[in-house]
Design a protein around this ligand. Structure first.
Ligand code: SF4
Length: 342
């Protein structure tokens, strides 16, 4: 029986609009069956699906060094990603909050983020002495950072402070950088940043936001090529969430268009971890997108939609569940890899 027929028989996908040609391509490619699948249910968000249970602990918070402020105000985000983060607008504030959380909540690590300046850079430098000190005192803490754009010197400084994981969004189209980010920098600056980061010993986990150009597919293939050219630890794919954006300015890309990018990602990065991150549209679109991710052979899915265990079983793909972020592992436990485009 074809994968399309098997997946169509799953109750949760009864009303799904599935692309038979794409599923045929994924089945013929056969990559999914070569790789185990991880359903990630990180600890920073309540989660229960009809098939999997979440974990209630919150051991990996995100801090914003600019609180809710950002000079770029990109059209897809308008700094909204910063809102739920804990403000840490001075190094002293970060240190105190981390110490409190280590004492009270068994903190396992944290994400350092913030709004960027008009050049899409984030000035973390004055925080590094505190990061170094915290890392020395609490070596178990895993520290992740949204790097934004930087050069080799700043990447080395980040590494020297003890940052474990650096994440950045890779954009493959000049038009997207210009129109969505209102930023006058070339695609090459994103690749140069990735090169500078991968020249360090930090774990580098770039993100690609599918549909970043107002919901259109534009620079994704180029962004995949950029990621494939560097020694990354893993690639996280997320899908544009139009409800963060200026009303009416974005459309949701079709599930099949997203699934096609999954297939291309798997083909271009055959040996690296390619993961589906938290951000993607809700409802039936999410079920369709996740089903394509299972069939394309992505290595992990964060907060899988209902029916995904059934999809994995239907095509005979082995899977397991981890209370872990798709991007960062803390021993057997988990951390946050929320995607900020900064
Ligand atoms: S994606 Fe980053 S740089 Fe753009 S508005 Fe959001 S926080 Fe600011």
């Amino acid at each position: 029986m074809s994968w399309l027929d098997r997946v169509r028989a799953i109750e949760e996908l009864e009303d799904a609009e599935l692309d038979g040609a794409l599923i045929g391509r994924l089945q013929a490619g056969g990559r999914a069956l070569e790789r185990p699948l991880r359903f990630s249910t990180p600890t920073f968000k309540d989660y229960t699906s009809s098939e999997l249970k979440g974990c209630a602990k919150n051991s990996f918070p995100a801090f914003s060094i600019t609180a809710g402020g950002c000079a770029l105000m990109c059209d897809h985000c308008q700094a909204k990603i910063l809102e739920p983060m804990i403000p840490a607008t001075s190094p002293e504030m970060l240190e105190q909050k981390v110490r409190d959380l280590v004492m009270l909540q068994n903190l396992q690590g944290f994400l350092l983020s913030g709004g960027s300046n008009r050049r899409n850079e984030i000035a973390y430098e004055r925080y590094y002495p505190v990061v170094e000190k915290l890392k020395r005192e609490f070596p178990h803490l895993k520290i992740a950072i949204h790097s934004a754009l930087l050069d080799e010197t700043r990447a080395k400084r980040m590494e020297a402070a003890g940052v474990d994981t650096a994440m950045m969004d890779v954009i493959g189209a000049r038009e997207t950088i210009r129109d969505v980010y209102k930023l006058d920098r070339p695609v090459d600056d994103f690749e140069r940043t990735l090169a500078a980061l991968t020249a360090t010993d930090m774990e580098i986990v770039p993100h690609i936001v599918i549909g970043l150009h107002y919901g259109e597919i534009l620079g994704e293939a180029n962004a995949l090529d950029i990621c494939a050219r560097h020694g990354i630890h893993a690639l996280v794919l997320v899908v544009i969430m139009p409800f963060y954006a200026k009303p009416g300015s974005f459309v949701t890309p079709s599930s099949a268009a997203v699934g096609t990018i999954f297939a291309e990602a798997r083909e271009r990065l055959p040996d690296q971890q390619v993961l589906l991150g938290c951000a993607r549209p809700p409802g039936m679109a999410r079920r369709e997108i996740d089903a394509y991710a299972v069939m394309a052979g992505l290595d992990g899915i964060a907060f899988p939609a209902d029916g995904m265990v059934a999809v994995a079983e239907a095509i005979g793909r082995p899977f397991h569940q981890e209370h872990a972020c798709c991007s960062i592992k803390i021993g057997g436990e988990a951390a946050q890899g929320a995607s900020c485009a900064a």
